[in-house]
Every structure is written in structure tokens, then in C-alpha cells.
Design a protein. Structure first.
Length: 299
């Protein structure tokens, strides 16, 4: 059975941007990826994003990306949305990755703003449109100017929303005012891409999350979301505040680094990082344990 989606929630509501497990010698750990994917879906995720930044996509090959999508689909594709990250700063390459993901059976695509080459808004419009034209899969934009160097302006988001296959946006812009206008004018399904702002973004119209901390607190994210949807503002706020140490601790340094450390502490598949990312120091690991414990995470 395929995972359930609606126009309002095309990829579900709670998704985790999954790390890519590696073996001790740095190779792709497909068995570990399948076990981790099953664990995350069992914990309450409606979907998983693979081959995103948290999946160390800058340092995995195209062949590895294809293998990972296929492995995760085999493990959980009948009960969760599997969204493939295909964004690069090369439109042609992004289209190749999108078509590969479609052939593998992915349920959707995540397309990040092209980074480093800093295209103008017309370039962003043509880039995302070319990707959406290249396959029959629904597309989630990913607006993260802190990494890409360029925001997707509200006017560009509204133009892109007219495309029948551009259905959602992952918002890591950190600007609730711009988000409010873009949600109201575009009609896109809006997903928080900044865990600290999960609850505030719900309050201005977001439908769910694409989370990093979902690796360790998916049930709590689900409780926050459910409380908001049922109008229990006090409970939603209480859950948000309980999770503040987790939100802070998981982003004291690059999120992949802390996430893999947290998974290792829980005995879950993660493995080493690929350079230029490096493991936490003993002091940083000790602080992470404090932060997670303060947020109620069992280690």
C-alpha cells in the first residue's frame, strides 16, 4: 500500500531528513540504512528525506544516492513517503538525479536552492521549473539561504507554485513574516526546515516538519503537531519548551555530526562521517549527552 497523501499534506506531516549510515571503513551501509529507516517510521514518521544535506549528499556519489533510495524504498516505501534529495548547483546534474530517483521509485523530490554560484531569481525560477518538468514526481522546494547564499524571494515562490508538480516548500529561511506572506499567496504545503521554529511556523500555516531532531524525538514532534492541530495551544507550547535543549544541543555544531553521535549513543546505525565533516570531540559528546538528557531523550 502506498503512503497516504493529500493536496494539503503531499508528503505527510512529520518527516525526518535521514542521515546516511556508513560502515567503519566509510562505505555505504545499506543494511544500516534500512534498519534506521524502519526505526524512524516505527517511531512515527510519515516520510523520510534521503540524500539531503543531513544525508551527506555533497560527499556521496550518484550511484550511492541511487542505491540508498532503492534500499530505503524497499524497507519502508509501502508505509512512508520516501523523498529523494536531488538538488545541486548544476541544473543538468539535478535533472539527471531527479530522473534517477524517479526510476528508483521515489515518491517525491527535494530540490535545494543552487548554492555557491548565487543565481538571480530568474535563474532560480528556470532551475526549479526545469527540474519539475523533467519527471512526473511532486517537488518540494528547499529554501535555505544560510547554506545556499540566495533566498527564494516570495514573488519567485508564487511563480513556481503555479507549476502543477511544485507542491511544497521546506522553509529554513528563519523569517516568519516572509513565510506568512509566501504561505498565504502561494498555497504551497509548507514544511518547517528549522526545528527551533517548528511551532511558530505551524502558527502561520505550515502543515508539518522536515526535521533533523526527528532522529531522536519523533514521538514528541508528533505530540506537538497533534496538540496544535486539535487547538491545544498550551500543550503544544509545553512540548516545544521541553524540546528546547534538544533543538539547541543538536545544532551546537553541524547537524549531521551531532545526529550521528546521538544515534551512536542509542545504538542505532550511523557510522562515521565523510570529510570534511569530523566526529565530535569527547567534550562535545559530553555536552550533547547533557542536552539530550535535559530534553528527555533516553540514551
Amino acid at each position: 500500500m502506498a503512503p497516504i497523501s493529500t493536496p494539503q499534506t503531499p508528503f505527510g506531516r512529520v518527516l525526518t531528513a535521514m542521515v546516511t549510515p556508513f560502515t567503519a571503513d566509510g562505505a555505504l551501509d545499506l543494511d544500516g540504512a534500512q534498519r534506521l529507516a524502519a526505526h524512524l517510521v516505527d517511531a512515527g514518521n510519515d516520510g523520510l528525506v534521503v540524500n539531503g544535506t543531513t544525508g551527506e549528499s555533497p560527499t556521496t556519489s550518484d550511484a550511492e544516492k541511487d542505491q540508498l533510495v532503492r534500499a530505503v524504498l524497499e524497507a519502508v516505501g509501502d508505509r512512508a513517503h520516501v523523498v529523494a534529495g536531488i538538488g545541486t548547483n548544476d541544473t543538468h546534474h539535478s535533472i539527471e538525479l531527479a530522473r534517477s530517483a524517479e526510476r528508483a521509485g521515489a515518491h517525491g523530490l527535494l530540490a535545494v536552492t543552487p548554492y555557491y554560484n548565487k543565481p538571480p531569481q530568474e535563474g532560480l525560477y528556470r532551475h526549479f521549473t526545469a527540474i519539475a518538468d523533467a519527471t512526473g514526481l511532486p517537488v518540494m522546494l528547499y529554501d535555505i539561504p544560510g547554506r545556499s547564499g540566495v533566498p527564494i524571494d516570495t514573488e519567485t515562490i508564487v511563480r513556481l507554485a503555479a507549476h502543477p508538480r511544485i507542491v511544497a516548500n521546506k522553509d529554513a529561511k528563519g523569517d516568519l513574516g516572509r513565510a506568512s506572506w509566501a504561505i498565504a499567496r502561494s498555497g504551497l504545503a509548507w514544511y518547517s526546515g528549522d526545528d527551533m521554529l517548528n511551532l511558530p511556523l505551524l502558527s502561520v500555516g505550515a502543515v508539518g516538519f522536515v526535521s533533523v531532531v526527528g532522529h531522536v524525538v519523533t514521538p514528541e514532534l508528533r505530540a506537538l503537531l497533534d496538540a496544535h492541530l486539535t487547538g491545544d495551544v498550551q500543550k503544544a507550547t509545553e512540548v516545544h519548551q521541553r524540546l528546547l535543549p534538544v533543538f539547541t544541543g543538536m545544532f551546537r555544531t553541524q547537524g549531521v555530526i551531532t545526529t550521528k553521535a546521538a544515534l551512536a549513543l542509542q545504538g542505532l546505525p550511523a557510522g562515521p562521517l565523510r570529510l570534511p565533516l569530523v566526529e565530535l570531540s569527547p567534550e562535545e559528546t559530553a555536552q550533547l549527552k547533557i542536552d539530550l538528557a535535559a530534553g528527555g531523550v533516553q540514551l
